[in-house]
Write a protein that binds this ligand. Sequence first.
Ligand SMILES: *Cc1c(COP(=O)(O)O)cnc(C)c1O
Length: 385
Amino acid sequence: MRPPEHVTRAIRAQPGPVCAYVYDTAALRERAAAVRAALPPGATLLYAVKANGHPAVVRALAAACDGLEVASGGELELAVAAGARRIVLGGPAKTDAELAAAVAAGAQVNVESAHELRRLDRAARAAGTVVPAAVRVNRAQAAPAGSHAMTGTPTPFGVDERDLDRLLAVPLTSVRITGFHLHAVSNNLDAAAHARFVADALDWSVATAARHGIDLRLVNAGGGLGVDYLGDATIDLAALRAGLAALIVPAGVDLIVEPGRILAADAGWYAAEVLDLKRTHGRWFAVLRGGTHHFRLPAAWGYSHPFTVLPVEAWPYDWPRPQVRDVAVDAVGELCTPRDVLARDQPVARLRVGDVLVFARAGAYGWDISHHDFLRHPPPRFVVL
Ligand SMILES: *Cc1c(COP(=O)(O)O)cnc(C)c1O
């Protein structure tokens, strides 16, 4: 995927050696509008901050969506600072301090165990208030296909559907259970399957609430809308819209979705200059000012992230410029480990030392999941458009 002209211009404006993330806030707003258009009218769209917690990204999506989903006290603070109209706190390991902060911020909590529910009740009681909460359930039934299944399989997330009775029997003074949180999958590219998942989440919630005498007010279907890193495909939002069109959301029930990846991925570009080109044992390496300590996703998932070459004409040295033509190269980083690989065997028509490789779809789970301090190289520059 080639960067648009304004992104290319921003990369060219960087001092060398180039190493930068470019975040395009117009692209964030555009994508948020496209995702919203695929949802049933009245549904709530939250942005899952863990995909990209850059304050400018969080601010842009807090404004473009209905609110933010956060998974730690740190993200909660970011969300409050970003002026989010609505905040939902999830995560399997909430501390008492985080629960108290959520109560103080008026955030809705997704509780993930009976013990956590008791602690939230205690925090709300201490604050002299009564808070609504949803129960995150690891359902018996398997999730739709995606890269990370989180339910229908053993995981630390949520309460096992078989233990729901016991959780709902916990005596409460200051928490009202108002619904369920059923986030189940990541990077799903099958729109019809995702629509069926949302419909099934709604049906299950209605039936389960009725069985337990819960006044159902919200059903959170989580995130998981996917992008194909090996190509330029995205989950088909028109097909998702068609799949969700028949959905009947009961009156008074708030249907929430909280994607991260699909909102942020295509608004971020990672650019890194080629510092050296070498061949060892028959394989060509483009050695970058950058690497997996900035953009860990391909290493974490074990795939080659495609790049495009941004040619740079300037050559400051008085010897011939190293270059290759029509070869396949491995794009590797500046770390002293053979695992610092962003892409393997990618064909290039021409590549020179001093050119810049640009990695598209780097706006979600890029910088945020990376081990920044390994080897203590300077961080990339962050450019917000
Ligand atoms: C990570 C996460 C999301 C966002 O998932 P994406 O795959 O980025 O859409 C939403 N909800 C919860 C609870 C999560 O943990």
